[in-house]
Write a protein that binds this ligand. Sequence first.
Ligand code: GCB
Length: 611
Amino acid sequence: MLEYSMLYPKTTKLRRSVSIDGMWKFHIGSQNGDQGEAGFKNGIPGNDFIPVPASFQDFYTEKEIREFAGDVWYEKDVFVPGEWEGNKVFVRFGAATHRAVVYVNGKKIMEHEGGFLPFAADVTDTVHYNEFNKIVVRVNNELTVTNIPCGETILLPNGKKMNKPYFDFFNYSGLQRSVFLMAIPKESVFDFDLDYEISGKDALIHYHVQTTGEHPVELSLLDASGKVAARAEGFKGVMKVKDARLWQVRNAYLYRLVIRIRDGEQILDEYEQEIGIRTVKIEGTSILLNGKPVYLKGFGKHEDCDIVGRGFHSGVMKRDFELMKWIGANSFRTAHYPYSEEIYQMADREGFLVIDEVAAVGLFESLMNFMEASTGKRTAFFEKETTPVLLKAHKRAVEELIARDKNHPCVIAWSLLNEPETSNEAAVPYFEEVFRLAHELDVQKRPRTFALIMNSVPGVCKCYQFSDIISLNRYYGWYVKGGYEISEAEALFRKEMDAWKALKLNKPFLFTEYGADTMGSDHKLPSVMWSQEYQDEYLKMTNDVFDSYDFIKGEQIWNFADFQTTEGILRVNGNKKGVFTRQRQPKDAAYLLRKRWMELPLAYKAQEKGL
Ligand code: GCB
């Protein structure tokens, strides 16, 4: 069990939660990490303020700041209401990338490592009630091979540190998600698990509530009109919902679950959350939602946009969902890290299927892993001395991810790694532990997967057997035989798919990546690589291959939109594989995909029997 509750901050009868987003005082610290305890815990120097949530990198005009590797400092004075005394009081961070130390009124409260999941600092005994209190946060953004995502931090000859990601997105960092101040009753709802069973027109909700005390709990389920649809009492049990309205793809029905702790007539705590009744199951090569086959159409995405970088922005989220609906998508993968909680809430409401990915990317020692791996390079990544430390961090992130996201109906699968090195036996015990843990922690036993890199093919990959859904990242026609050689790319692509088919795995296959870099500004007739015409040709070829194999049960193109990466000769101011530009306007390919996805039925390829 985690030391703090992962429940999203809410204000209910007995809970208070106040956003402390806005302008925070900001200071770029030392690269040596020597300003910790002795340094700024009582207050940071200067007079610079930046918005939270946001990545700090793209506000400034100095390259030293954008590329900075080390500690940055945030500070905010917050008023803690006197009425809150007697409750538990927390400062809750949606995320701090990649590690943080929290000080309140000069006292160190907690540390957290892992840049994409929430944590809550218990400040009950530290804050002064009915007064202002100083929160100081030291955030470190250095990449290592002992934490996810993996990379290294090098020292340049000029003495400056520099982050070197083993992955293909800019190392945006800082306080990129919302921060809340919360007051929670001493005896409170800590966590709950739900699992669903559909029986005829009714549904059973198996539940388990954990609280911080002994008093009894009661649950009520309210339908969309606020009417009580079911009730139950006790920490563990079953709620029966008559004539249940199911949560369906792009047709979401949400109930409201209210959990109360009671002491006789007195309510000690109340927590509520929107939930959706649905089941997810893999049967043969089918992905079943509520017992019916679904074909996934959609994207690998990023949290990425101009100016705020990876910072959560509700306007960008809204635009992204509108574009995904317009194009006929029904799903996305949270590549390559858990996204802001508000995005899952929106996916719950909009009926999108989400493959929820932990930040285990870059588990292949290379500064351009996606390229070098396809050349067959091997790095013995899982044989490093430091691997046990990495595994510990990885498992902790899986635990936090599942605790945070398990009750979202939108989450239909866990993606436990992206493009790890699987050509070596040393990967096997590592995978075993991570996959076992996810299975243990998720009462819904959602399918687990990982995204296979180009060279993870039959005969080479030692780990695909762990996946319930085989997810392939493939770039035939881009990294492999692009341009006029595309016919050869297609032949190689089919050859690989034939090899998978021959294995008779009887599992669904999903394309979690495929795509071609394309300049939104460039047309060329006849096409050349990077032109919009070529992106269309590439898609036609790829779609033909998808349509030729019945066991392929979904396509999530890379990427939804152009996004920022480290600078380099393979990237033109970022990765340009977006179907939309970074400003969220369509490239030509968007129209091609829209035509295809609008026509493909949800149960596409439902008829086939096995491989
Ligand atoms: C991949 C990676 C992704 C890259 C992509 C690319 O395989 O998973 O992070 O951005 O390829 O565009 O090369």
